[in-house]
Design a protein around this ligand. Sequence first.
Ligand SMILES: Cc1cc2nc3c(=O)[nH]c(=O)nc-3n(C[C@H](O)[C@H](O)[C@H](O)COP(=O)(O)OP(=O)(O)OC[C@H]3O[C@@H](n4cnc5c(N)ncnc54)[C@H](O)[C@@H]3O)c2cc1C
Length: 365
Amino acid sequence: LREGPPELQDKIKLTIINKDEWHYMPPLFADFALGEVTEDQLKAPVANIAKRYGTDLVIDEVVDIDPQKQVVKTKGGKSLEYDYLFIGSGVRYAPEVVPGLERYGYHNYTLEGAKKMREALKQYKGGRVVMLVPELPFRCGCYPFEMVGRLLYFARRKDPKAEVYLVTSFDEKQMKQMFKDVYRQFRKLHRKMGIVYKAGKEVKEVKEKQIVFKDGETLDYSLLIYVPPVRPPKFVEGHPEFICPNNKKVLVTTFPEFRHPKYSNIFIPTDAAMPCVNFPIAGIFVHAAAIAAADALISDLVGVRATVTFPDEIMAVADFGPTGMLVTFDIDHEKPAQKMYASQQSPMIKFMKLAFYLGWIDALK
Ligand SMILES: Cc1cc2nc3c(=O)[nH]c(=O)nc-3n(C[C@H](O)[C@H](O)[C@H](O)COP(=O)(O)OP(=O)(O)OC[C@H]3O[C@@H](n4cnc5c(N)ncnc54)[C@H](O)[C@@H]3O)c2cc1C
């Protein structure tokens, strides 16, 4: 828009509302927890983004939206009017839905969580490490499958006999459906590494050093790492039209412009809405969705559509510990749907992933 017609530039005012001063690269929370990057490397001031793109900035938490009056309300008491609204607030973590999870387990899904997990990993002396995925959908489909490899490397440096278990609420048949050809690749890799799968296990509660499943079975652990369950953000409470009709844990959105189905001036290209259009909760999809939504907005304003719409392929890079995997998602625009396959395996790929994340933040310093 800044490069568009001058008369339009004068009319357009962009405001970023963010609840704190920092922009994070969330995947780096895992590297931080493992002691491989510093806090400074995973965050940049949001103010730098506002400066770079010439926007206004409000540091405050959104607590409500009024789509009729076209206003968002903040915790600090502000009411901000909009003509167009982009919701990019991500998922809300809800560990409280599994009793004992938050009390006894660790996660690296926030900086605060990653700090505690880093400390727990420092204290870890040996024994069984469990990676628990208690619910579908969850943020970043590949993450637990990648992290078990990295945890095994970490744990075996302290205890050569350390075991790593991957415990999931979904069974291996569902894994095959979700990950298609990639499932075969990481299953083979995990077998070679000796990672134990316990799939299709619903958790009743987590106790100190023990997980109790709904079928009555128990599993002892020395260290429990978990993937937090997700729920829609609090500011849509009381607005059922913002919840996906097919999956109440996520926000509503539409494909391919990521507009709200009723309010065409509201775009929802955030990961908390991706399952509503059959995509996984992941940054790579959000990146493509945000560009497609911005393109739709530009088209509303200037009547011209850009050439970059939602892509036919999306690429992901994964770090499994000993090696990396390049994964491609073929996008079916008709349904919409995606089908993933592994295109390459090499340790170089995991370094590509790290370089991209570090470079993203570095560019905003
Ligand atoms: C450990 C981990 C590993 C991951 N690995 C990968 C990976 O390998 N590949 C991949 O593609 N994705 C990965 N992801 C997922 C990826 O980080 C997210 O999908 C992506 O960041 C989502 O972008 P978003 O803009 O929707 O939300 P976010 O990046 O979460 O950004 C949301 C922003 O909104 C702000 N906000 C939230 N609520 C409010 C409010 N009420 N008021 C004001 N501001 C608010 C937040 O402060 C934040 O700045 C990973 C995530 C984690 C945690």
